[in-house]
Write a protein that binds this ligand. Structure first.
Ligand code: F3S
Length: 414
């Protein structure tokens, strides 16, 4: 790889041990992918901020980098934790575990991280520029950044993200390069999508087919906002390892079919229809729970926007959730503060639902919810249904927010 003078100095240890270790990681990664050079990045979104995400070895490495004076040289923000700093007691976490998480968070803080602990950093102002190179982890966030914002990032893991934050560099390969950003299959949408989770269902369908390719969605009607695109992105990156999708006429690199497919226009590309049948079949395939009784409802995967807060608040106003059942609304502190200012929190809290901040079931300790006695969940997020099964060993019903709220009130899925 060609390295600049400064990058070589980092590699030789002239800029300190953490920058040297970080550059070694990036050069190794770059060589694996035949990158010819490094590119400067303007921001990093770190996934190793939870104990479960970092693991024991990762936690030790992060703390070592902080102890040896590592400093983040670009804006670096953090993904959710393994605890809710405000209601850890209420949800039954041990003080020892909270302390362990705090040590990890302190290490990130010493290195200069922006501790927003959210999977939707773009909702609180961390919006990279179109065409800007970034190094983001968290599949839903990086897919949003690539697809909706037109920034450029690969799927960064804990180590490569940390290394990018310590050096301000990432190897030039994959989605940083123009030629790798064109669509290579079409998902033709022929049905109307009404609820937010329908967009998640579409994303799940597209991701399953695309796997590591770049799907181009055509035929979507109506005005799509960030929430709809957020739901597509989270699901497409769950059922496949998609990190970029295009929507014709909506996402910035897909104003026309020609720009979305680029040179691939000349090839014969596969097209898959997503109609009423596919919508219904995909929705029912995501819904894995049996029996109608529910004891846990979760929404906010990815973390809720202010628009979702408003909707949830309206649906819960004057209602009471069933005793013994938990309804978690996942958020970050900043969005919760805004929801409070807007008057959305009171109806939620009066109903007995909880706004849980900076943590989600997939970043909690494995089977934590199961050990608390939860058996069956309901969610409007395809990604959450997937992770509730994988990390909490709890199966979910999947459907609209209205159905989830109804399930929270009555204790069963209708
Ligand atoms: Fe966010 Fe957790 Fe979902 S990190 S995207 S709420 S699985």
């Amino acid at each position: 790889m060609h390295l600049t003078k400064e990058e070589n100095e980092m590699l030789e240890g002239k800029l300190g041990y953490p920058a040297q270790k970080a550059m070694e990681i990036l050069v190794g990664l770059g060589e694996c992918y035949d990158a010819e050079r490094m590119i400067p990045v303007t921001s990093v979104h770190l996934t190793g901020s939870s104990l479960t995400g970092a693991g024991k070895a990762g936690t030790d490495f992060i703390r070592e980098m902080a102890e040896k004076g590592g400093k983040f040289v670009v804006l670096t923000h953090t993904n959710p934790l393994s605890i809710d700093p405000c209601s850890w007691k209420e949800i039954g976490m041990s003080p020892e575990y909270v302390q362990e998480q705090q040590k990890l968070t302190d290490a990130f803080s010493r290195m200069g991280a922006f501790l927003c602990n959210t999977c939707t950093p773009y909702q609180i102002g961390h919006v990279p520029l179109f065409g800007g190179h970034i190094a983001w982890g968290e599949s839903s966030a990086l897919t949003f950044a690539n697809s909706v914002l037109g920034a450029r990032t690969n799927r960064e893991g804990g180590a490569s993200g940390l290394a990018a934050a310590l050096t301000g560099r990432t190897p030039a390969y994959g989605l940083h390069m123009d030629q790798n950003r064109y669509g290579n299959l079409e998902i033709a949408v022929t049905t109307e999508l009404n609820a937010l989770h329908d967009y998640g269902t579409l994303g799940y369908f597209a991701g399953k087919i695309a796997q590591d390719r770049i799907p181009v969605l055509t035929g979507l009607k109506g005005s799509l906002g960030w929430d709809e695109l957020k739901f597509i992105g989270a699901s497409v990156a769950t059922s496949g390892s998609v990190s970029l999708f295009h929507v014709i006429g909506v996402t910035p690199e897909a104003q026309t079919k020609e720009t979305a497919f680029g040179p691939n226009n000349r090839k014969k590309l596969e097209t898959f229809e997503f109609g009423r049948r596919e919508l219904a079949e995909t929705e029912s395939s995501i819904s894995k729970a049996e029996g109608r009784e529910i004891d846990f409802v979760v929404t906010g995967c990815p973390f809720v926007s202010i628009r979702e807060f408003k909707k949830i608040s309206g649906l819960l106003a004057g209602k009471r959730i069933k005793s013994g059942l938990e309804f978690w609304i996942l958020s970050c502190q900043l969005m919760k503060t805004y929801a409070g200012k807007m008057g959305y929190l009171n109806p939620i809290e009066e109903s007995g639902a909880k706004v849980i901040c900076e943590v989600c079931p997939s970043s909690l300790p494995r089977e934590f919810l199961k050990r608390r006695g939860h058996k069956t969940a309901a969610t409007n997020s395809a990604k959450m249904a997937y992770y509730m099964a994988g990390s909490q060993n709890i199966l979910s019903h999947y459907g609209s927010l209205e159905r989830c709220v109804d399930a929270a009130i009555h204790g069963f899925w209708t």
